[in-house]
Design a protein around this ligand. Structure first.
Ligand code: FES
Length: 365
């Protein structure tokens, strides 16, 4: 161990010149000696797994066991995704979240723990000194790196230990499955849902709050009534609504309508829609064809309907044509008739999709 104090090296350089001048090349300084001795690397001590074959085999089994268990848990994740009901609970938590989070989290943890155990107990643990090199690698360095990489692969034992290698590959391979399984949440595809509502031939038009059927005599000229299809108020034998919950909200977002009454002589029906009204009563979708806001701002005198979101304005006396604003399509009209008991009913479902436009609708325009 050197006993030099900081500054001793510069002192020695000064001492070398009796006149106090250090002998250096022009523009350079005398380099002081390293004031701290290089302690070198500590002696390598073998681990039990380096010495006792039984300890080595035990460590190998532990690592492989963790990788294998990770594989099982990842597969369990996929199974739970399909079999655990979405409303199941476990200790007050969502049972599905608990099952999915628990299995995938534990699988990732076990793969990590297995890798740590493998590195600590079985891979070569001798420390090496790597000297600094220029940033750019030359061919020689690359060859050397490749040799070291191969040496590392050999020392990790991945070629000699097919049990660990295969279980690791298995656990990492199945990790891709959850990502594929979760894609199911993007579906199912909408099919014809965007083109259909619950309106059907003969379905009564009812008040949107009380569900009472509407007669033509209930609506005055200039009046607007918010309405729904009777299907939303239908109940089964036990008094429960047949359409309820999320399904009811989804169907409402498509089937909600407004019923307006104008003087028949003020109406210019679109070609082919001459008999879609009853005594000046017309029925239109309540959903704006721009981005789907519900509309009911009605101007009695002009027969204009204004969307409060972006001011699209429709002329209900002229087939629901857009006369202002960003909407692209007329407001869809529901054909009306009167049933045997004198109530307003639909002649059919809407003949065009309701709500915001989408590519297929735009193509059909
Ligand atoms: Fe009606 Fe934008 S949603 S104008």
């Amino acid at each position: 161990m050197s006993t030099d104090k900081p500054g001793d090296a510069l002192q020695r350089a000064d001492d070398a010149d009796p006149h106090g001048e250090v002998e250096t090349k022009p523009g350079s300084f005398a380099e002081p000696a390293d004031p701290i001795d290089n302690p070198g690397l500590p002696e390598h001590l073998p681990r039990p797994t380096d010495v006792y074959p039984e300890a080595e085999r035990r460590a190998e089994r532990q690592v492989a066991g963790m990788f294998a268990l990770a594989t099982v848990l990842t597969l369990a994740f996929c199974v739970f995704y399909f079999v655990v009901p979405i409303d199941a609970t476990f200790l007050g938590w969502s049972g599905l979240n608990f099952a999915l989070g628990g299995t995938l989290g534990a699988a990732l943890l076990l793969i990590g723990l297995g890798a740590v155990q493998w590195a600590k107990k079985l891979m070569a643990d001798e420390e090496m000194v790597e000297m600094r090199h220029p940033a750019v690698s030359n061919d020689e360095d690359r060859t050397e790196m490749l040799a070291k990489f191969n040496q590392g692969v050999n020392e990790s034992g991945i070629r000699r230990r097919p049990l660990i290698r295969n279980t690791l590959l298995g656990s990492l391979g199945v990790l891709g499955l959850p990502a594929i399984v979760l894609l199911r949440d993007l579906g199912p595809l909408p099919g014809s849902k965007q083109f259909e509502t619950v309106w059907a031939r003969g379905m009564r038009v009812v008040n949107d709050v009380a569900g009472t059927p509407l007669r033509p005599g209930d609506i005055e000229v200039g009046q607007l009534v918010n309405a729904q299809p009777f299907a939303f108020f239908e109940t089964d034998e036990s008094g429960e609504k047949i359409i309820h919950g999320a399904e009811l909200l989804q169907e409402k977002s498509k089937a909600s309508v407004i019923v307006v009454r104008m003087r028949p002589e003020d109406i210019t029906p679109a070609p082919g829609q001459e008999n879609w009204g009853v005594e000046g009563i017309l029925c239109f979708s309540k959903i704006c064809t721009h981005v789907g806001c519900p509309i009911s701002l009605w101007e009695q005198q002009t027969h204009h309907l204004l969307c409060p979101c972006h001011q699209s304005t429709y002329d209900l006396s002229d087939g629901g044509k857009v006369i202002f604003g960003p909407a692209h399509r007329p407001l869809p009209q529901l054909p009306l008739a009167v049933d045997d008991e004198g109530y307003l009913v639909a002649r059919s479902d809407f003949t065009v999709p309701v709500g915001p436009s989408f590519p297929e609708v735009e193509q059909d325009k």
